[in-house]
Ligand binder design. Structure first.
Ligand code: ZN
Ligand code: ZN
Length: 232
């Protein structure tokens, strides 16, 4: 694509691990990423087939499962961080392509993907929503529909990253999202995309709003999550 070519000239690619020019991730540095090899239940963070929420962990409007590319550390952490502050579409593509490198990644048959939205004020400040870029790329690659503006962020919340306590994070995000139109989500299987989930509070809250409004199934899809028991 001509635009990608131009962007690559403006922002030359270099490997996040070893700084080799020409790629965002060389094959030897890709080998250093801690990919999810044992999918975990998003709630109790214990092994679960494909990342489904265990029946015992399910709540009426709770998330149904989550796909996590890898651990939020090292090169993956640097790449995800860069995505947030530099609008580099092809870096998003490099990251999304990593989902096809591991046999452990499985996705439900989604009706559409939608991103965790930014509040309007943050969107104006940053110029783009990195979660939307990721959702767009993934939906293109997998031939799923992409749907923007399903959830609206009505509160300009404090960034979750700046809060360390789980309960405070949950309170911070509670009620932050509203649904634009119920008809869009009724009986749908939805993939909710974000770049990072730590406690998962943001994605759980987004899923809750979608399920409350009639979504059949909601899965989270994130590039990285830091989990204490990731090495299982
Ligand atoms: Zn490298
Ligand atoms: Zn569980």
């Amino acid at each position: 694509m001509a635009l990608n070519f131009l962007l690559d000239l403006l922002f030359p690619k270099f490997c996040f691990g070893c700084h080799k020019i020409g790629t965002y991730l060389c094959s030897s540095c890709q080998g250093k990423i801690v990919f999810t090899t044992t999918p975990l239940c998003p709630l109790c963070e214990k092994p679960s087939p494909f990342g489904f929420t265990h029946p015992r962990c399910k709540t009426p409007f709770g998330i149904d499962g989550m796909v996590v590319l890898g651990d939020y550390s090292g090169i993956l952490r640097q790449m995800v961080h860069f995505l947030k502050y530099k609008n580099v579409f092809s870096l998003g593509e490099t990251l999304i392509d990593l989902f096809s490198t591991q046999p452990s990644f499985w996705f439900p048959k989604f009706d559409f993907l939608t991103p965790i939205p930014l509040h309007r004020s943050r969107l104006l400040e940053r110029g783009y929503n990195q979660a939307a870029i990721l959702a767009k790329i993934l939906s293109m690659k997998k031939n799923w529909r992409y749907q923007e503006d399903i959830l609206i962020r009505k509160l300009p919340t404090t960034p979750q990253m700046s809060i360390s306590d789980t309960n405070t994070r949950r309170k911070n995000i509670k009620g932050a999202f509203v649904l634009k139109e119920t008809k869009m989500v009724e009986n749908k299987i939805i993939g909710l995309v974000d770049d990072v989930a730590t406690t998962g509070a943001t994605i759980f809250e987004g899923a809750r709003v979608l399920k409350r409004n009639g979504a059949k199934m909601v899965w989270g899809i994130v590039l990285a999550r830091s989990l204490p028991n990731f090495s299982i």
